[in-house]
Design a protein around this ligand. Structure first.
Ligand code: TMP
Length: 211
């Protein structure tokens, strides 16, 4: 079936608040695609494996303090350091299912009060997703799901602000899926969205984010 025969891979991004179910849905979608014979990989940002990623990880765990703009640029640098690999994977036919991307970068930093245009600037030139799936959950209900952990941003008031900024970023590449539908329903919806995106993007060249 749908393996990419000479075509390029699709860049599919999942976004949502903390506890929106994104990470498990990414895993489910990835195993579905692989099972169908698609050439696909799962990525996530922050990529904590790099040295920039380790700085981010220690910041998120409250083990280190960084100025708001500094951490913003580190999150962005963490995407930039993966850009070349991302491009070569996509061009060689690998579809990437990515858990968080530039939209998280902008929504979380803007929620701290940073100017949104300033937040968008360093994202320009990264590869533009073919599809952004936003798993929509109300912050209060998300918090009830097994509760938040100890990471820095896992607080209801903060997540509400993040949600407002996410909504302002929504454009034509976004598909909003209700994250409180039954897990299987969400999964089904994501499968449909991703498989049509993989087919539809074939004729389109890769483009860059231009905010
Ligand atoms: P994670 O839980 O998906 O690994 O993400 C860690 C946290 O980092 C999460 O609260 C969202 C936040 N974040 C940003 O603030 N900026 C970014 O650019 C990214 C990718 C995540």
């Amino acid at each position: 079936t749908g393996g990419s025969k000479g075509g390029r891979g699709a860049l599919v991004v999942l976004e949502g608040l903390d506890r929106s179910g994104k990470t498990s849905q990414c895993a489910r979608l990835l195993s579905f695609l692989k099972g169908k014979g698609y050439n696909a990989e799962g990525w996530s940002f922050p990529d904590r494996a790099t040295s920039v990623g380790q700085m981010i990880s220690s910041y998120l765990a409250n083990d280190s303090q960084l100025d708001d703009r500094t951490i913003h640029l580190l999150f962005s640098a963490n995407r930039w350091e993966k850009r070349a690999l991302m491009e070569s994977k996509l061009l060689s036919g690998t579809t990437l299912i990515v858990d968080r991307y530039s939209y998280s970068g902008v929504a979380f930093s803007a929620a701290k009060g940073l100017d949104i245009e300033w937040c968008k600037a360093p994202e320009n030139g990264l590869i533009a997703p073919d599809l952004v799936i936003y798993l929509d959950v109300q912050p209060e209900k998300a918090a009830e799901r097994g509760g938040y952990g100890d990471e820095r941003y896992e607080k209801i008031e903060f997540q509400k602000k993040v949600a407002e900024h996410y909504h302002s970023l929504c454009d034509s590449t976004w598909k909003v899926v209700d994250g409180f539908l039954p897990m299987e329903t969400v999964e089904e919806r994501l499968r449909d969205l991703a498989t049509s995106c993989i087919q539809d993007c074939q004729g389109n060249p890769l483009t860059n984010l231009a905010w």
